[in-house]
Every structure is written in C-alpha cells, then in structure tokens.
Design a protein around this ligand. Sequence first.
Ligand code: ADQ
Length: 492
Amino acid sequence: MPESQPHGRLIVASNRIPVTLRHGEDGWSAEPSVGGLVTALAPVLRACGGVWVGWHGAVAEEGGAQISSLAGMLDVGFTLAPLALTAAQRDAFYLGFANETIWPLFHDLQARCTFAPAYWDAYRAVNHAFAAALAYHARPKDTIWVHDYHLMHVAHELRAGGAAAAVFFLHIPFPPPDIFLKLPWRAEVLRALLAYDRLGFQTRRDLRNFLQCVRTLLPDAALRSAPGGATVRLEGRTVHAGSYPIGIDARAFAGQASAPEVRARAEALRAAYAPGRIMLGVDRLDYTKGIVERLGAFRYALAHYPELHERLTFVQLVVPSRTDIPAYAELKAHIERLVSEINGQYSRPGWVPVHYLFRMLPLEELLAYYQAADIALITPLKDGMNLVAKEYAVCNRGDGALVLSEFAGAAAQLGRWALLVNPYDVVGCAVAIQRAFALEAQERRARIAAIRRVVAAQDVYWWVDTVLHGGETPPLRLVPPPTPRKPGVQAA
Ligand code: ADQ
C-alpha cells in the first residue's frame, strides 16, 4: 500500500469520478464504482482526506445539478467533487476531441480522426472547468494527480493560478512524431503537457515517442536523461518524464478467482464446452482492440488446422462502450457478421466455434471465464497496457497460455513468456493459436508462472507508489524464456 503523502493531500482528477449512475422509475441513483484505479487510490485518498474531481457522467439537461449533489453525498471515505457537462460539451469534448480525435490518433489510427476546431475549443473549455474545480479544492502543499488524455490541458490552465504541483499519467499510448504531427494543435498539446511537474507513460516506447515529439516541435526545450526516464527543461521549469506500467490488484484477483463459487462456476463452464478447450477474448467494444482481426485469424486457423475443429471454442466477451459514436456501432455490426459467418461455415452438431457475449459481466462471472479458459487471445492493434492480460495471468488455473499482441503495453513486461503476435498478421496469429493449443502443459505452467511473478511484483500499489514518488522502475529479475522462437510466433 502506498505511503502517506509527504506533501499534503492527494487531489485526483479523471474524466469520470468513480461513481455509477442509474436512471430508474424513481429517477437517478448513484453508487460507488469499483476498479483497479479506485481500489489503489482510495486508501491514499482516505488517509490524507483527499478529493477526486471528475464528470459524473450525465449532462446538465438531464438534471445534472441533482445528480451532482447525489454523487457528492456518497460515503466513500474521501471527497467526491462531481462536475456537470452540458450536452454540447459532452458531444464536442468527450465524444468529439477525446474520442474522435485523440483516441484514434494516439492509437496510430489517424484515418479515423476528426480534426474539428469546435472540438478543440470545447476541450480547452472543459479542461479549464476542471482546472477551476482543482484550484478550488487544492491547497499549496497538495499533490494533484491528473489522469489521461481527456485532461492534458489542465495543468496549463492551473498554472495561471499558481496552484500546487501536478502529476499527469497517460493511460493510452503516446504516438511517434510521424503520427502526432498530424494534430493541428500539436505544439499547444505538448506545451500543455509540459506544464505538469511530472509526466508518466505506460512504457518506455511511449516515453521515447513523447520525447521525440518534444525534440521535433519544441527546439527551445532541453532534454536530459534522468533516473527512470528524462527531464525536459523549458521556459525556466524542469519537468520529469518516466515510464510506469500500470498494474492490477493481483492478490485480490487471485483470491477472488479461487473462491469456491467462482471455481464451481468455472467447472460448470468447462463442462459446458467439454471435451473441447476454451480460448478467451475479453475487451471493451473498441476498434483498437483488434476483435475483427482476431476473428479473421481464428477463421484462418480453422481453415488450416482441422485438428482444432470440435476441440477449441473461442469465447469472445465484449463490454458495450461508446455506442453513441457511429464507428463503434459499425464495429459491433461487423463483429456480429463475422461471428455468424464463422459459425455458419464451421458449426457441427454439439460444437459452435465462436461464442460471443455482448454485455458487462458481474466480476465473479468474468473471473470464472478467466479460470475456465485454456488460452487467452489478447490481440489489440495498439493498447496503453491491457489489464485483461494481467487479470487472466493471475486468475487462470496455473497452466493457461497467453497469446499477446506485441503492440499492447503489457508486451513490454510479459512478452518474454507470452506467445507474442503481430495482430495484423492473420497467418502469424493463426499459427500462434495452433501453437498455444498444442503447447505442453509443463511449458504452459513455466511461462504463466513467470508472468505471474511480474504481475504480482509490479501490482497497482507498486504503480501508485512509483508514479507518486517518481521512483525509478526497479529492475526485473529476468527468467529466460523456456523455448526458442518458432516461425510466426515470437516468444521473446
Ligand atoms: P481500457 O481500454 O478500458 O483501459 P483494459 O486495460 O483492457 O482496457 O481494461 C479493461 C477492463 O474492463 C478490465 O479490467 C476488464 O476486467 C474489464 N472488462 C472487460 N470485459 C469485461 C466484461 N465483459 N465484463 C466485465 N468486465 C470486463 C485503458 C487503456 C488500457 C490500460 C487501462 C489502464 O486503453 O490500455 O490498460 O486504461 O491504464
């Protein structure tokens, strides 16, 4: 657990406060939401009397003021400071600049970007509102910790008011200069990021990309390497930048996954798919997660490896997400079409090759799937980290195989023992599926044990501590990979 804050309280800002809203017959209700970030930050916030600032998720036109007071009254042990957005702000800031401009651009998918000046104006205005809320709550010795791509401009707005030290963590990748330079407001965004005191990225690759963009666009900035990363000196200020891979609450996941109810449910799932094995995909609905490409690879594997027929079932779980954005609605339709094509072509009596579930599962059910699955197929086109890979690693029965995209941030930590794939390479992915299916139990156990050690050592509490105290990422005790490379599957 993180140490108490040496510099005062912790004030957190993220796009959403950790609250789930529901609209029922009796109107709105709010309850605290759970998740890795909240679990890790809540004890720190409670210990120091901290504050969490963020949008509550509804818009002013739907009764935002009433919802703000509802959410603000929840007893979570620290102060929740909900912000309301107007419908126009939600559309241009959240759905627009955050999710139609920065999200695709930072995942290297610039063809999907909309570069609208009105989106940029809304982004600045909402970041200004966040900065005003933070300035209201923060005292001089507090540490402000701002999360993610929705709020890159907050420190720039705060600095005008001379507020407390601010740390920023980017949960998604940072693109290389070739891609970042497409952004019409590229220099403004870089300068805004450099208004923070410390910047955290998921991987060294993201950090390097950021530093290269600074070098390219801000010739007046002086870069120096420093423990755990680098410093950037600009306009008389020094900013620290480092890479801090986010973790999960590994112990809690492992404990919950071995509860008797979860084990019983996992057994029931295995019996339902027997005698075949289960290969699992778990994602939010998002084009960056590579679900369409993954289904293409599974189809290719079925066409070329008949031994998989009736012996391997692919279970793909998808959580609904951003369905208000047309690209996401189209993606859903595309996935459904592919699933039905594959099942139409390959199903046999008693065997349906793809089981597709489109809903948020209760945690116990998700854990039961993790435990039941023989293989996890995690192939994002690009991903900041990918927590599902880490959750699967600690929750499976101890002999699961992890097929992982080399473009997931998690590959930097776990790639040595996972079966690494290029998600765009249909043939390579199909080979990896077949290889994961055929891997000896002893080798699967050795690989997953090594992955578990990393996930347990660099858990979410380690991450909070490391980001907040600017510590250097400690060196890992490396275990050599159990087998050499094979064509199409990079094991190191
Ligand atoms: P996300 O893009 O949301 O996060 P990810 O890291 O994979 O992606 O986390 C998804 C979470 O949703 C997991 O904790 C998983 O358990 C949960 N989930 C997925 N499917 C589910 C289902 N069907 N039912 C219930 N729960 C489900 C962003 C970045 C990532 C980065 C994280 C954290 O895009 O790259 O890892 O932030 O920094």
